[in-house]
Design a protein around this ligand. Structure first.
Ligand code: HSE
Length: 306
């Protein structure tokens, strides 16, 4: 294979109760990337459309991950990368993860698939470290595995794919302000009361059970965050109103996507998800902030060749 074009999906990390431990991929929102082998033995980035991102290999997460993998595998070729961003970095929808994990998937294909999904996730986490200073697995695992994922353990890394109910949809509101993941992590408490921890891990268990049994109401009750959301929501304009209105419009649950500013809502069925997106628009229409909304089925496949 001399070249490969891929789709790398946007992801919603945390899913409210599962901070740094859960994520899911979107079906129809994500970036396109083209990887072409070259004989220079080096990684280069020739084109980035849709975002103002660095092209230096040590600063660009896709270039960084590609370079690490080509060196790790003693590849006898280099790679040229073209990136088409379809949604904005800093949105809370795993933009850097789409680039990192997209690169990991594509390089593995060009190499003839020597690496497992778990290894691809580890390579992608190096890209996350370049982007935000921490080797977070949730978004990148969502891209690599697709559907819902649980990071059961970080060291050693243990990732579990969780089944996705057929009729589960997500609506997203992306207020066009940029929140850096680093900032969104710096404001979090270092310690939490035991009672809060109990409510949080009970919800994670409930969510996993609801996903396994397609119990939409249980999913709705379990997607609740007692620890991170109360702190981070202060950085997201009108969060409480958006949430109240989306729940009134029939959403199963509403929360912060990753470290924000995007807000996600889960719904049963596409029509319901579209009404929730309408409620997002109605809430934000008379506000001073530009925004975008998306509606997608949960993306079972994750990153793929197109
Ligand atoms: N789990 C991460 C966070 C996702 O919430 O900080 C952002 O990359």
């Amino acid at each position: 294979m001399e070249k490969i074009k891929i789709f790398a999906p946007a992801t919603v990390a945390n899913v409210s109760c599962g901070f740094d431990a859960m994520a899911f991929a979107l079906e129809n929102l994500g970036d396109e990337m083209l990887f072409t082998k070259n004989t220079s033995g080096k990684v280069s980035i020739s084109k980035i459309k849709g975002a103002n991102l660095p092209t230096e290999i040590e600063k660009n997460v896709a270039g960084f991950v590609a370079d690490v993998m080509l060196k790790d595998s003693n590849a006898d070729f280099g790679v040229n990368i073209e990136i088409k961003k379809k949604y904005k970095p800093g949105s809370g929808l795993g933009s850097s993860a789409a680039s990192s994990a997209g690169a990991a998937y594509a390089i593995n294909e060009l190499l003839g698939r020597p690496y497992t999904k778990l290894q691809l996730t580890k390579f992608s986490m190096l890209g996350e470290e370049v982007a935000c200073g921490s080797q977070i697995a949730d978004n990148v695992a969502g891209v690599i595995y697709g559907g819902f994922v649980l990071i059961r353990n970080y060291d050693p890394l243990d990732i579990i794919s969780i089944p996705t109910p057929d009729d589960l949809y997500v609506s997203v509101l992306h207020p066009q302000i940029e929140l850096r993941t680093e900032e969104g992590r710096a404001i979090l408490p270092k310690e939490i009361p035991l009672s809060l921890a109990v409510s949080q891990w009970s919800n994670v268990g409930g969510l996993i059970s609801g996903l396994h049994t397609s119990d939409y109401q249980l999913i709705g009750r379990a997607v609740e965050d007692h620890i991170i959301e109360p702190v981070r929501k202060k950085m997201i304009p009108h969060f409480d109103t958006v949430k109240k209105n989306a729940l009134a419009a029939g959403a199963l649950a509403v929360g912060i996507s990753g470290s924000g500013p995007s807000i996600f809502a889960l719904s049963k069925g596409e029509l319901q998800a579209r009404s929730v997106a309408e409620s997002f628009k109605n809430t934000y229409n008379n506000k001073e902030i530009n925004y975008t909304t998306y509606v997608s089925r949960i993306g079972i496949t994750g990153v793929r060749k197109i």
